[in-house]
Design a protein around this ligand. Structure first.
Ligand code: XIL
Length: 334
């Protein structure tokens, strides 16, 4: 019988898991409740899931996950209030169905829509959601200003929307709900620096950002120390930090589908998780939680993104819900 991950890591940080409704029933649900102390809604709290049509709010699928989490004493992480993906087309159209323009009126309309959206979530969940990823993936180190070009960016003619949506979220959500900015590749120096500069600007502008989320979608060849260096760097900004979407891909760069998962890569992945969790546990004081982006390999998003990869196996548990070397890398670090 396996040692629950959440017990093993109890003195370090809550270990979280992103899930969809099928994972909160049957055998997957048993595995989830046994090992994890926190859940993130993988897709079910994104803008398109919550408000597919303007003014029509659909909480039922998110609620299935929330009910399971609460019944099992798990903390809930909300993902996400603003993202350039999985946002319905109506957000960026005017009443006549035309694209929003970079005008003052359309900026006000976008912010009013955001406020209505967050208000509905605040009324429905209150402080039962412990933290929200307020903005997701707004940084782009390739741009001179370090900011992603998105519909939000275009209408605002820059990144001013970021501070505005944090202020709205802070006004609308209960005081104790933590507000995070979340991004990927934060372990790489260029992305780290762009995100650092943005958060520094936000803090200097008195924008109520509480924390930085490191997605940590990594692969088995990326240096595990890099994430530790990023966590160390962000400490200077006096923000909370969390690892929000961890998975360790076993694919090589740009690799297409393989017939099966090479066993030596699963072994290498086990060593990777071992080293990474040593890095994370050494910084446990600075981490609010560490969340896996999926419960078991068969439901990982990497099976279908960016290409179909049936050999992909980035998580702790395999297709049959059995613990992999990845799990043993964490609980048996000798
Ligand atoms: C992914 C989900 O896991 C997929 O099911 C969905 O099709 C696309 O989005 N960064 C994020 C997450 O912030 O929301 C993404 O989740 C993975 C990358």
């Amino acid at each position: 019988d396996l040692l629950p991950l959440k017990d093993f890591l109890e003195c370090d940080f809550p270990i979280g898991c992103a899930v969809e409704p099928p994972e909160v029933v049957g055998k997957p649900a048993e595995l989830l409740a046994k090992h994890f102390a926190q859940v993130t809604t993988g897709n079910q709290m994104k803008p398109d899931a919550i408000q597919p049509t303007e003014g029509v709010f659909t909480f039922d699928r998110a609620d299935q996950i929330v009910a399971f989490a609460e019944a099992n004493g798990m903390r809930i992480w909300g993902h996400t209030l603003l993202w350039h993906n999985q946002t319905p087309a109506w957000w960026f159209l005017d009443a006549a169905g035309n694209p929003l323009q970079p005008t003052r009126a359309h900026r006000a309309l976008l912010l009013a829509r955001f406020e209505a959206h967050v208000t509905a979530l605040a009324e429905h969940y209150g402080d039962r959601v412990w933290a929200w990823d307020v903005v997701n993936e707004v940084v782009d180190p390739e741009q001179a200003d370090g900011l992603r070009r998105s519909r939000w960016y275009e209408v605002f003619g820059g990144g001013a929307y970021i501070g505005e949506v944090f202020k709205i979220a802070r006004r609308v959500l209960p005081r104790k709900v933590k507000l995070f900015i979340n991004d990927y590749n934060t372990e790489f120096p260029d992305k780290r620096e762009a995100l650092y500069n943005l958060v520094q600007d936000l803090k200097r502008g008195r924008v109520p950002v509480d924390g930085v989320g490191h997605q940590a979608h990594v692969d088995y060849k990326r240096d595990p120390q890099l994430l530790g260096e990023s966590i160390d760097a962000f400490r200077r900004l006096r923000v909370l930090q969390a690892v929000t979407e961890l998975d360790v891909s076993v694919s090589d760069y740009m690799e297409e589908s393989l017939p099966s998962t090479p066993p030596e890569r699963l072994a290498a992945q086990g060593r990777y998780y071992q080293e990474l969790f040593a890095v994370l546990r050494a910084r446990a004081r600075h981490l609010e939680s560490v969340t896996m982006w999926g419960l078991y390999d068969a439901v990982s998003w990497l099976r279908t993104w960016p290409v179909s990869r049936p050999h992909e196996a980035p998580l702790f548990f395999d297709d049959r819900l059995q613990a992999k070397a990845a799990y043993w890398g964490v609980v048996d670090p000798a």
